[in-house]
Design a protein around this ligand. Structure first.
Ligand SMILES: *Cc1c(COP(=O)(O)O)cnc(C)c1O
Length: 225
């Protein structure tokens, strides 16, 4: 591993991120050693997509790392994440909230989560449609998921080089986010995180109002495999 190159890429990425925007370093498929190297540069927020890989790294890496789960959430894996996860980004069903709530209670914790909204053109099973988001909001009550705090929204833009498409999608999600904030969504608890932007579209996301970007390639280089 080239620590020098890592430090340079990390500095370059950080230079493009204004105050108030959290940088989550996406370390999926990178070694624990690479995570440790970025940790040694002072970084603490890391994002992982696969529960098994996340558990293995969490077990050997420093305890004060804040682990973000950014992958697609399978309900039967929530129990492995519940003891330590800092923020679950990809929640897209009431059943997922039920499971997080249950596992949070078993671990004597409150778990923070984001609702994933489907904004891209690509067909995918992941993320709530507008209608599903409305339905979920309607299902929310003060006592429904007492051990989950819904902190905000997460979305991924289309895989395209057309910046105007991406900008539109991010604007749409930001609009949704401020709507929900104004309506004092989820009991008026802190609803303050808008997770959007990856290596290829970080600048567009920040311009549209993102306050959390998930960056892998631009920090660690091309992913293996
Ligand atoms: C892999 C991944 C990222 C990081 O992607 P890069 O293009 O490497 O920055 C961000 N968000 C999610 C949900 C991912 O799966």
């Amino acid at each position: 591993m080239d620590r020098e190159a890592l430090a340079q890429r990390y500095a370059a990425v950080k230079a493009g991120i204004p105050d108030g925007v959290l940088l989550v370093a996406v370390s999926k498929l990178r070694s624990a050693e690479e995570v440790q190297a970025l940790y040694d540069l002072g970084h603490r927020d890391f994002g992982e997509n696969y529960p098994q890989e996340l558990r293995e790294k969490q077990a050997v890496l420093p305890e004060d790392i804040r682990w973000h789960f950014i992958g697609h959430l399978q309900r039967n894996k929530v129990k492995y994440l519940a003891p330590f996860v800092h923020l679950i980004h990809g929640v897209d069903s009431e059943k997922a909230l039920d499971e997080i709530d249950k596992r949070a209670a078993q671990n004597d914790r409150t778990i923070d989560a984001l609702l994933q909204v489907h904004i891209a053109r690509e067909e995918t099973k992941h993320g709530l449609s507008d209608r599903e988001l409305n339905d979920l909001m309607a299902a929310w009550t003060e006592t429904r998921w007492p051990n989950v705090r819904v902190r905000g929204l997460m979305g991924m833009a289309s895989l395209t080089k057309d910046g105007s498409v991406i900008r539109n999608e991010f604007d749409g999600l930001a609009g949704r986010f401020s709507d929900l904030q104004e309506r004092m969504a989820f009991g008026g608890e802190v609803f303050d995180i808008l997770s959007m932007g990856m290596s290829g579209d970080m600048d567009l996301a920040i311009a549209a109002g993102s306050n959390l970007v998930r960056i892998g390639t631009a920090i660690f280089g091309e992913r293996p495999g």
